[in-house]
Design a protein around this ligand. Structure first.
Ligand SMILES: C[S@@+](CC[C@H](N)C(=O)[O-])C[C@H]1O[C@@H](n2cnc3c(N)ncnc32)[C@H](O)[C@@H]1O
Length: 237
């Protein structure tokens, strides 16, 4: 059987398109550990996941690959998508695409959310196959209007939190379109001098994120340390 995740036609034409950017992305892979980040999302076959502040789409190929692998590993008719963030929700393996999401995408949906100019750049960078999974949304994550029927299973917010002017308002607005028990994974740089990432003055410590999550009534499920970043996994329930 063909494994679509291994096929180059399922990959995106994003940053990796030029040798120079390929080098930057390869170096980032070492400290970003994208497989660990995606693993923390707990994705299942047919999952609907929002990559908030998607930027130049570093995580998109990793998310597409995760969904493609799960879609083709799940037996037809199996309720493989029933376990989300520790809570059970009745979703069939062939989760129908939510209204407004890419048509004919039983393998899942990725909303790649960012503002101009990233959103339009991302839209142009997606390969035809990636469009079957990915919908680019141009919007502000503080007041993101996904339909409540989106019933998203997971959110990835990597290197976004330190840029939010009102994190609690953002967390509260996300709840409107999250499925019960959905998982929110926040990754950001430790508040210390680091060889990568933004200036120290722009960083927010892990405790700031934990306080915001508590205030917005999310439950922290797991904390991990990446080489330069903290990873916090929380659920809505
Ligand atoms: C440091 S980049 C991280 C990009 C990507 N997540 C990654 O890890 O490579 C932060 C991104 O968040 C976006 N961003 C910041 N605040 C935002 C907001 N309020 N609404 C939407 N996007 C936002 C920025 O435009 C930028 O592309």
């Amino acid at each position: 059987m063909i494994d679509p995740a291994q096929s180059p036609s399922w990959r995106l034409n994003l940053d990796r398109a030029t040798p120079a950017s390929q080098g930057i992305e390869d170096a980032r892979d070492i400290w970003q550990q994208p497989e660990r980040v995606v693993e923390a999302l707990g994705l299942c076959a047919g999952a609907r996941v929002a990559d908030l502040g998607a930027g130049t789409g570093y995580f998109i190929p990793h998310l597409v690959r995760a969904l493609a692998l799960r879609a083709f590993a799940a037996p037809v008719g199996d309720k493989a998508c029933d376990k989300v963030g520790g809570a059970r929700v009745p979703v069939e393996t062939s989760c129908p695409a939510a209204p407004g999401s890419p048509a004919g995408c039983p393998g899942g949906t990725i909303w790649a959310v960012d503002r101009a100019p990233f959103a339009s750049w991302l839209r142009g960078a997606l390969s035809e196959n990636a469009r079957r999974f990915v919908e680019v949304v141009d919007g502000d994550v503080h007041e993101l209007e996904l339909p409540s029927s989106a019933n998203a299973h997971a959110i990835l917010a990597c290197n976004l939190f330190h840029q939010l002017h009102d994190p609690v308002a953002a967390l509260n607005s996300w709840r409107r379109w999250l499925a019960p028990g959905a998982r929110v994974v926040i990754v950001d740089f430790f508040d210390r001098n680091l060889p990568v990432g933004p200036a120290r003055s722009e960083l927010v410590g892990e405790w700031v994120v934990l306080d915001a999550l508590r205030e917005a009534k999310y439950r922290v499920a797991e904390r991990q340390a990446l080489p330069y970043q903290y990873l916090i996994s929380a659920t809505t329930a």
